[in-house]
Design a protein around this ligand. Structure first.
Ligand SMILES: [Zn+2]
Ligand SMILES: [Zn+2]
Ligand SMILES: [Zn+2]
Length: 137
């Protein structure tokens, strides 16, 4: 870390974080457990306020799944929806990349995999017949 980076730390400066704003080494820690970036195994998850280490992220996912209990789970909640609903954590979201039945769709809230069946409903547009069949005896 150089002095340049130290100067750009938004925590030290007391400013609001912007996209890709820097933090000094002292402040660039997991927003949940405070582990230093250098001590994180693998690539941590970025958030607007800083990164979150993989261990904390997994704990967060597990908490969300644990919070969605069996009594919250209603089977007909998961049928014929216009959006997706995670059967593990109950999160609802609009999928932009699921247009046909897909396995292993990932929940953005708890990172669980689910299978999605897409059922297209038909819309009918009716006009008078072009053929002469109506005039036939
Ligand atoms: Zn700082
Ligand atoms: Zn952490
Ligand atoms: Zn979920």
């Amino acid at each position: 870390m150089t002095d340049q980076w130290e100067k750009e730390c938004w925590v030290c400066d007391g400013t609001e974080p912007k996209a890709f704003s820097h933090k000094c080494e002292k402040h660039d820690v997991c927003i949940r457990c405070g582990i230093k970036r250098a001590d994180v195994e693998g690539v941590p998850w970025g958030t607007r306020k800083g990164f979150i280490c993989n261990k904390c992220q997994e704990e967060k996912w597990a908490e969300r799944i644990a919070a969605f209990t069996e009594k919250d789970f209603k089977e007909n909640d998961f049928e014929y929806r216009s959006d997706l609903k995670c059967p593990y954590c109950g999160h609802e979201w609009q999928p932009y990349d699921v247009n046909e039945s897909t396995e292993d769709v990932t929940c953005p809230h708890c990172n669980s995999y689910m299978d999605v069946d897409v059922e297209w409903t038909a819309d009918f547009c009716i006009r008078k017949a072009k053929s002469d069949k109506n005039k036939e005896e």
